[in-house]
Design a protein around this ligand. Structure first.
Ligand SMILES: [Zn+2]
Length: 398
């Protein structure tokens, strides 16, 4: 790996990094007042599969735009530091708390983005899940992208440029940076060199996470994450009858709920405490009754936001479990077909081999497709319990 500049977190993405470096250098020349500089543009879309580093890339680029050393993204100056740490006055992040980004949030942001950058460089807006823009919010954003103020840059992160993820009109106004799923050896290398993970653990976690850098890091460091994964991979051998299918479905959903609850509990409590503190502990003076009514409304709003965040976290946890499960059936197929590729889950390779002897390739494929169909159904808002139960039955029968 090269020196630790702002792009060093991007694993196995040489080509996109080169594009972003060139653009940031051009941006710095525009700031310096050089005429006729090309290579920089006002609206960017970062796409790539989960874990490929879409938001990491957007944040690195935002930092390079604020870098005080000719837009090199040195990682050392004040501009780089504050942008990466999300405290730079001219870099704003939109992270949906719930399932979507609403129009009010977007309008407020567009308004702020139109002001001149206080640091004299660029006003940067990073929208981390642009696929979750409501239609109205998308329209508000489109207006700003169509007529951008001279020093404003929009960085949008979405899984793909499919119209389901981002509107065709927004897409047509943006330059697209496509990140790829980093190869397992690149992920293992970064875990070992950057995070000091032992070589064999790094190699295992990189393979088991299927190219998802954040997940690999978690698996390498967190015993709870490892045991949740083991429970998921135990599912195939537990499916011995129809009753077992329903038990396994319930267990999978409960585990996702527990994981999600643990992941949001701390921020829920902190937010609640700081809101209550801001509202004061009651009061008896004139106007106190009115203030209390207002306070009740704010607490209700917070509870609503927290509830939709919890729902999102549950879906994400369940989706990770399904990806692990799909990896197992893929391993069975790879083993059956003697394909010259590595298995995803090295620790269940024996089980995959046993299954490969027992099942025909067609029936393994049906199982793999059942996992994919379950993910799609949940994405289409089918109740998780119904989708997972249907999947388990196919996983059992084949
Ligand atoms: Zn810098």
């Amino acid at each position: 790996m090269g020196p630790r500049d702002v792009f060093s977190e991007l694993v196995g993405q040489d080509e996109p990094v080169e594009t972003l470096r060139r653009a940031a250098a051009a941006a710095a020349r525009i700031v310096a007042g050089e005429p006729g500089v090309g290579g920089m543009t006002h609206a960017w879309i970062f796409t790539g599969p989960p874990g490929s580093g879409r938001s990491v890339a957007a944040r690195a680029f935002a930092a390079a735009l604020q870098c005080e050393r000719d837009g090199s993204g040195c990682g050392e100056c004040h501009g780089c530091h504050t942008a990466l740490g999300r405290t730079h006055a001219d870099v704003r992040f939109v992270v949906p708390e719930g399932l979507s980004i609403g129009v009010n949030e977007m309008r407020a942001l567009v308004l702020r983005a139109a002001t001149a950058p206080s640091g004299g460089r660029w006003q940067v807006v990073v929208i981390e899940d642009a696929d979750r823009l409501t239609e109205a919010a998308g329209n508000a954003l489109l207006k700003a992208i169509e007529e951008p103020p001279p020093r404003t840059v929009f960085l949008l992160c979405t899984p793909s440029t499919h119209p389901d993820d981002i509107s065709v009109t927004i897409r047509s106004r943006c330059r697209v940076v496509s990140l790829r799923q980093p190869p397992a050896d690149a992920v293992a290398e970064v875990l070992a060199l950057r995070d000091g993970v032992a070589g064999d653990v790094a190699a295992w976690a990189a393979a088991a996470s299927q190219g998802h850098v954040g997940r690999a890091k978690l698996l390498a460091a967190d015993p709870d994450a490892r045991s949740r994964r083991e429970a998921v991979l135990a599912v195939p051998r537990r499916l011995t009858g129809i009753g077992a299918c329903f038990d396994a479905a319930a267990a999978l959903i409960e585990a996702a709920e527990a994981e999600a609850a643990a992941s949001v509990a701390e921020s829920d409590a902190t937010e609640r405490a700081s809101l209550e503190q801001a509202l004061g502990a009651g009061g008896t003076g004139r106007g106190a009754a009115g203030a209390m009514r207002g306070a009740a409304g704010q607490i209700k709003d917070l509870e609503k936001r927290q509830k939709s965040r919890a729902t999102r976290a549950q879906r994400d946890a369940l989706d990770r479990a399904l990806v692990d499960l799909a990896g197992f059936y893929r391993d069975v197929l790879v083993t059956t077909l003697k394909a010259p590729v590595a298995v995803v889950h090295g620790d269940t390779a024996d089980q995959a081999e046993a299954a490969a002897r027992k099942w025909s390739p067609e029936s393994t494929l049906r199982r793999l497709e059942a996992v994919v169909a379950c993910r799609d159904a949940i994405e289409q808002n089918v109740k998780p319990k119904i989708a997972v139960e249907a999947m388990m039955v196919t996983l059992w029968r084949g």
